[in-house]
Design a protein. Sequence first.
Lengths: 466, 219
Amino acid sequence: MIRDSLRLRLLAAAAVAIFAALGLAGAGMSWFYVRHIEQREADALIRDGKLLAGGLRLDPAGRPAADARPGDDRYGEAASGLYWQLTTSKGGVRSDSLWDQSLSTTPGAERERWRIRHAPGPFGKSLLMAERPITPEHASEPVLVQVATDDAYLHAARREFNREIALSLGLLWLFLLIAAHLQVSLGLRPLAAVRRQIGALRGDPAARLPAGHPREIAPLADAINALADAREADLGRARKRAGDLAHSLKTPLAALAAQSRRAREQGALEAADGLDRALAAMRATLEAELARTRAAAAREAGRSFAADIETLIENVIAVIERTELGERLIFEVDIPDDVAVPVAGEDLTELLGALVENAARHARHRVRIRGGMAAGESRLWIEDDGPGLGRESSQAVMARGARLDEAGPGHGLGLAIVGDLMQATGGAIALDRSGLGGLEACLTWPVGQLAPQPRAPGVVSWRTRR
Amino acid sequence: MRVLVVEDDPVVGPDLVQALVEAGFVVDLSRDGEDAWLRGGVEDYALAVLDLGLPKLDGLSVLKRWRAEGRGFPVLILSARSDWAEKVEGIQAGADDYVGKPFAMGELVARVRGLVRRAAGHASTLLAVGRLTLDTGRMTVAVDDRPVRLSPLEYRFLDLLAHRPGRFLAAGEIAEHLHGAADAADANAIEALVLRLRRKVGRELIESRRGFGYMLAGS
């Protein structure tokens, strides 16, 4: 589990490191504390020792005698825990507190300074002892001056100190762990942001991680963006290849159609029929693929506005007017200057081309194209004065491959392409009865939106007219 | 009637030729852009069927060169890329109609016939009415010698008025001429047509009087 989580790993490492550091600090403090109180105790012992040394003499038998004795009452109280002792080879003198016991003498004490050591003492106690050999004036032999105190309370103080310091260091450890947790969370927060942003990348190939990441994460974000670029380019290439493939198949299809015609002329009617059916299916598949390619490209192009809608419409009309469909029709165009449509020029040409051609196919005399802005939406209406559609047909029309007019020219996919493109650009299309008497297609785009909604429904709705 | 077919596909080209020959045309086949450009420049064709994806010189360039050299025969574009942006580009380059591949041969032949009929309908005479000049052969209109792009219907409207100088023509009468007696458009449609025409040729060139109808200014 720890192996899987960066956060747990960092936290575990912090916990161990902080624990070790605090443990070391605690041991150090304990050692210093004990040394400090031992030193103080030793200082007191040395003070008493110096007092003894000041009144030190040897009696004629060569035994030591103390003229000055430390005033602490505990020296007179048996087994009180505070003792002194003066020793020569001829004998010694000691405090009353020692009773019938004596302090152990271990060779090695130096004349120059007081030796401090722990030593086993009388009454089964352990002692802290200060000792120094001192030679009184006119004496031939040094006297070993020893002052000792029971060190049990030293151990008690150390235990108590250790307990308290462990408690406070434990609390400090907890506090530092919380701080480490906060630190890790704070440090990992940009990663969480990156994770969210990558989630957004998945939905939209054109999206990229924004700039402004911390210096440590910026290279990662850059690498991810580079990956996204490569992926988008791959996608674009794949789509382009699909589109090119579809286009390149059209001429061979025309050739196949020619073969079918020849077969029919030579009387092979069944073969020709079969070929024609296969051709129609292939053609529909190609057109569907091309429509998908175009819609996907429109979706990825992001939000851009067609520059001059009216000129664009006039261009489309100029094409239709040339054909048999349009040469007898009157086209009316009314696009106010403030109409802005969030569709790139070429895609809007494709949209309007399909819709105006369809209107022209069904119109008796007139096709009207209007535009308008209302309530945060931009709208285009394409109307004709033809027979119009019923409610059921208008639903069926938008289904891919359905034809408005089975007998008419055109591949029937025009309006399905319209549906795809509207969906890709975040718009909706509604079919209604036109004031001219025929069909009215109303294209609506919300203009408040920032980017095309990748999965906005290309709604087909039927409004009932009052 | 001679027709030039420009198509590099070894099956589609000859098939087109055969279909058009069967339809009564005399057909030349050209397999690349340069050859087509040269032939169109010297021969007198009634129409050209022009594929866009051609070796040596692409179809759109061929068309532009023909038009720049004043070759005015109708051109029907045949293309595998049948998107609208390309149709618009083709028409703007001077094409007269557009058929996307794959196509139904019957439809293509019908379109060729329609184009030839339209272009050959009139002897080429210039008709000047005020600032308007109508070329009845090429079915084009110029205002102060500046060509104006009109739809066939718009041309027919102006042609109708130009042939009846000095008198107002009622909307109903115009509709009857344009659409036939059986299928006359309403007056609103004619009004919409005039509105559109006025934006193209200038509002003062078409006079109207309530209750009487329309007349060309200066006739």
